[in-house]
Every structure is written in C-alpha cells, then in structure tokens.
Design a protein around this ligand. Structure first.
Ligand SMILES: *[C@@H]1O[C@H](CO)[C@@H](O)[C@H](O)[C@H]1NC(C)=O
Ligand SMILES: *[C@@H]1O[C@H](CO)[C@@H](O)[C@H](O)[C@H]1NC(C)=O
Length: 605
C-alpha cells in the first residue's frame, strides 16, 4: 500500500503546489495560529477527510504542506470512535463537517489527547451560532477540555471557547488559547494540599472540609490563584498523602487523584521522579531537597572522664611523644657537649664533671618533663646550647598547654559526645536497620546503585506502619535504628530534636531531588501556573517564605518546655564537684601507688 499512499498524497498536495504564492493572503490568519500550535510538541497531525474533494479547501492544503509535524491522512472512512482508537499516538486531529449538527453527533470522539482538535465547519449559518456554543459547552462539561479550534470555512474565522466567561471568542493569533487561561474569572480550580514539609492543612475531619492551609506552598498557591484569577477549591486529602502505584495497578494518594483527573493541581511539593504513570506532570521545579538518614545522637561523655576527651587521641599521643623526643634531643646535646669538652658555664664548674652518666641522663629526663608540663625548672643546664634548646621547649609547651586548657574549659561548658555516625559507610558498619514509612523510599534511596555500601544499606530497609509515635521520636528515645526523612523537615518541625542533641543527621545524604507541584497530564493550566511560579522563583519569594518558616520553627521550641529546659542548661553551666572528679581520681591513684611503693620499700629495706 505505500504506493497508494504516496499517490494519494501527491494528488492531495498537487493543487497546493500549483497554487503556491497565489492565495497566501487568505491563509495568513490560519497559518499564524496553526503553525505554532502544531510545532509546540513533537507530534502527528491526523487529517480525517471525508473524500478527495475536501482537499480543495485552502485550510486542508495548508495543513498538508506545513512542515512542523508529521501528517497522516485518513480518507473516506466514516469518522468513528474506532478510527480514533487506531491512531492513539496522534496528538492533533483535524476533522471537517458539513454543519454543526453533524459535529454534535460525534461528540464522544473529542476526548482530550493532550493536543488540539481543529474542526472545520463548511456551512455555518447565523442561527447555528447558538448550537455551536452549546456544543462547546458540552465538550467542556462532559469531556473536560476546550482544546478545539473551530474553523468556519466560509467566513474564514477561527473560534475558541472560553469556559470561564462562557463565551465564544475569536482566535486572533497563536496565543489566543493561552490568553484564555491567563484569567480564569474566579473559576473554582480543584486544588489539593496536605500536611507536608512546606504545607499544612487545617479543617474538620468529620465533614471533610478544609478551613485553612498554611506554609510556603500554600502562599505560592494563593499567589498563583491571585494572578490567574481563580479560586482555590481545596479537596480533602486521602490518608495516603503522596501515594503512588499499588501492586494491583491502582494509584493512591495525590498521585492517584491526579492520575484519575479528579483534581486540577496539587500545591504540595512532590519529588520530580517517575511515579509510573504518564497521566501526571510536574510544574516548574520550585525547590530542592535531600533525602537524609538520621540516627540517635551518640551518648554524652560522662563528666568524670571528660578531660580525657577534651582533645583527640592524636593530640594526647603527640604530647607524650614530644616529651620523650625532647628528652632524647637534650640527652644528645649533653652527650655532644661532654665528648667535645665544651666549656660549661662558670657557676656549674665544680660539679659538671663528677656526676655519673646515668644520673645526668635521669636528671635531664625529669627536667624535660618538668618544662613540658610547665613547672619551673629548678636548675638551669650548664651549657648555652642546652639553655637555648630549653627556651624553645618552653614555647612549645606554652602552646600545647594553652590548647589543652582551652579545650578542657570548653569541654566542661559544652557537653561532649562520643563519635557520631557521619558517613553511610559507618552506618553500614553499625548494622542498624533502616526504618521507612513511605513505600516509595524503598526504590528511591539506595536502589539500583552499584556501590557495595548502597546495596547493603538497601537490604537493611524495613517498611514500618504509621504507629502512634513518630519515627523520629522513636529514634530519639530508643535508638538502635536509622530513619529516613527530608532534610528540610529536620530544619522545620523536627528541629527541636537536632537542637537538643537527641537525633543526629548523617551529613552524607544519599539522594537529592528537585521538587515541583503536580498537575494531571494534559492540563491546560500548566503554562499559566508555570508562568506565575517562575516569576515567584525569579523574585526569590519562595526562598524567602521558606526561610521565614525555618525561622519560625526555630522559635517554636518555646512551645516545648522540656526541650527548652535542656537548651537553657547548655547555655549557662555552673561547674560542680562532679566536674572535677577526674582530678580526685588521679590524686587517689597517685596516693595508692605511693602507698604501695612505701610498703615495698619498708618491707625490703
Ligand atoms: C477576576 O474574576 C472576577 C470574577 O470572579 C472578575 O469580576 C474580575 O474582573 C476578574 N479580574 C480580572 C483582573 O480580570
Ligand atoms: C487495589 O488494591 C487496593 C488496596 O491495596 C484496593 O483499595 C483497590 O480497590 C485495588 N484496585 C483494584 C483495581 O483492584
């Protein structure tokens, strides 16, 4: 059949080719409108012609020769619903009718494919204006869209239906359709919002009536509504907020509502990702967020041994090592001084020579440590070189001492904790299970990654039901497992857990997402909404609302007296006896050792 098809195509287009340049003037208005409409998406235009004769119309000729989309011609077939099903992938359709009445009989055919219909009407008498408008209204009410350009072939007029003013408007240029959706004249849009990170909903659960919505998302919704002049008709949310695809193929939550076209827009931020349905779409991305894991904060280091943890182990080791090293350097110096018979300082003359090597060595070792811990050295060494060395040693000891002392002071004032889990690899090593509440996390967080750590973490995830206690409060009280949440919620409602060191967020977050609002696909509102949203974003308003909310969250700790008390304790600390425990322990140990040594000496001497 390809030959046939080519032949038909040629016969159809031939008149157009012959008449190029003749009557372009007439086509001006069609051309401008349909060129942009057809070039908007990568798509196919289905031309449904009744017979060859239809191809004589200027409009049909124009559509056949336009270059922006592929054209498929259906000829002669009775235009039926069956024909439509066969060409599912086509976005735009063209039909030609004798009169409005004929069109009305085919009503069922004009479902919303996401593209446009171009309906050409040959005979159009004045009295048909009424029935045309009626037809437009019915399409809007029953099929839920108005993506139809009505072309009066005789008058060469293109008409559109404006459902918000309930009137027929002439399409003057390619932006006419968008213009209809830039002012909705108070039309009640079915909006959806639920308690999420940046939104909260208040209302009566029994009557399922929404009274108030708050949060940056809700403010954005209000702003969009004001600019597009629609009213927000909030629908009571399902129990499952975000929702998704069920194993049996049905959809729940907001995704399900949008998938079934039960609403017009969801003003709660969704991660922009695949929800396994092509019947929803996202608005422009409005912000970003990370998915992070949190664990119980590590235990506090007990006051009794806090000084040991004031600096890290390597500093302690360095302190000890330098002590020994310096003693060694001093010994070398003395050795050199003695073997090379360097002149010693006058006041030491009498005894420099007659001491034994061992006792000199011991003396030097002790003196080094005396200087090292910043006690005055009793007797200065008898050589200049050694004195200079000693001076440098003093300086180092001052620096070390200052470091130790200041760390100790802060350790007493600010509580110290054992080491927290700071990377995913450490979390993996700790063998903690990861509890999740949203099933979506299961194939979101670690899935499909080739890193070993991710695969192991993936296998540790466990879905838990929504208990009466929140996951984060369970983590803070019980510990022993990790939770997953959005980074922003740890800065907002759950900030008190972080502020009072109950919960620790692992700084390495496995996923970052763009977040957008959700609309059904196709939706005529998307361009208008995106337009306003992008203006809001360009002005930095959403960011402003978000930081305002974070600021409020920080103040809100005043609503939790038990947390507030804990914060207060940390700001002003009065040192007590318990804080100096370690000193007494050291003293006790010293006393006991001394007693042992005394006993030993008493018995064996
Ligand atoms: C917004 O819609 C109302 C009807 O609800 C209408 O009266 C008003 O003129 C519209 N505003 C604009 C700017 O068109
Ligand atoms: C799919 O399962 C859910 C419960 O998980 C049920 O509510 C829904 O009716 C089911 N849908 C179909 C089409 O079976």
């Amino acid at each position: 059949m390809p030959l046939n098809a080519d032949l038909i195509m040629f016969m159809l287009v031939a008149p157009a080719l012959l008449s190029v340049g003749q009557d372009n003037g007439d086509l001006e208005s069609y051309a401008k409108i349909f060129k942009t409409v057809l070039s908007q998406q990568d798509c196919t235009l289905d031309l449904h012609l009744r017979s060859m004769r239809d191809a004589d119309h200027n409009l049909v000729q124009f559509l056949l020769t336009q270059q922006s989309s592929a054209v498929r011609v259906h000829m002669g077939q009775a235009v039926t619903v069956a024909a439509l099903d066969a060409s599912d992938d086509a976005l735009h359709h063209f039909y030609i009718f004798e009169h409005v009445h004929r069109m009305q009989q085919q009503l069922k055919m004009f479902t919303n494919p996401g593209g446009f219909y171009i309906l050409a009407i040959e005979a159009f008498a004045g009295e048909e204006q009424k029935s045309l408008q009626h037809f437009m209204e019915v399409v809007w009410r029953q099929l839920g869209h108005n993506r139809i350009y009505y072309v009066q072939l005789a008058g060469e007029r293109v008409l559109l239906y404006n459902p918000f003013t309930e009137s027929v408007v002439p399409a003057e240029d390619e932006h006419s359709f968008e213009r209809i959706y830039s002012n909705l004249y108070g039309y009640p849009l079915r909006a959806y919002i639920f308690d999420s990170v940046y939104s909260a909903l208040f209302g009566d659960g029994d009557t399922e009536r929404v009274t108030r919505v708050t949060g940056p998302d809700a403010i954005a919704a209000d702003t969009v509504a004001k600019h597009l002049n629609f009213t927000l008709n909030y629908i009571w949310p399902d129990d499952e907020f975000f929702g998704g695809r069920q194993p049996n193929g049905s959809y729940t939550g907001g995704v399900g509502r949008a998938h079934r076209y039960e609403l017009d827009v969801i003003f709660a931020g969704f991660f922009i990702k695949d929800y396994l349905t092509a019947r929803i779409q996202f608005s422009a991305a409005v912000y970003m967020d990370d998915l992070c894991l949190f664990v119980q904060k590590a235990k506090r280091i007990p006051q009794s041994i806090v000084p040991l943890f004031a600096v890290r182990v390597d500093v302690w080791l360095c302190f000890l090592l330098v002590g020994f090293a310096c003693a060694f350097v001093w010994l070398c110096l003395r050795g050199l001084n003695l073997t090379l018979d360097i002149q010693c300082l006058p006041e030491h003359k009498h005894n420099a020579a007659d001491e034994r090597c061992i006792s000199i060595g011991w003396r030097i070792f002790i003196d080094t440590w005396i200087v090292w811990v910043r006690v005055n050295v009793g007797k200065f060494p008898p050589y200049n070189s050694e004195r200079i060395f000693l001076a440098s040693l003093c300086l180092v000891s001052v620096i070390f001492g200052a470091l130790l002392e200041s760390s100790l002071a802060t350790a007493y004032i600010r509580p110290l904790y054992y080491r927290d889990t700071n990377t995913l690899a450490e979390l993996d090593d700790s063998n903690m299970p990861i509890y999740i509440k949203h099933p979506a996390f299961r194939d979101d967080l670690f899935y499909g990654h080739d890193s070993q750590v991710y695969r192991q973490l993936n296998s540790k995830m466990k879905l838990v039901g929504e208990g009466e206690d929140r996951l984060i409060s369970m983590v803070s009280k019980l510990g022993g497992f990790a939770g997953v949440t959005r980074a922003a919620s740890l800065e907002l409602s759950d900030r008190r857990y972080i502020m009072t060191h109950k919960v620790h967020k692992i700084p390495e977050c496995p996923k970052t997402y763009h977040i957008g609002y959700v609309l059904p696909n196709p939706s005529p509102y998307i361009n208008g909404i995106n337009n306003v949203l992008l203006h809001i974003l360009a002005g930095g308003l959403l960011q402003h609302w978000i930081s305002e909310m974070k600021e409020r969250a920080q103040w809100s700790i005043h609503r939790y007296p038990e947390y507030l008390a804990e914060l207060g304790v940390q700001n002003w600390k009065v040192l007590t006896l318990t804080d100096v425990q370690l000193a007494f322990y050291a003293l006790t140990i010293g006393c006991i050792l001394a007693a042992f040594v005394w006993c030993f000496e008493f018995l064996y001497k």
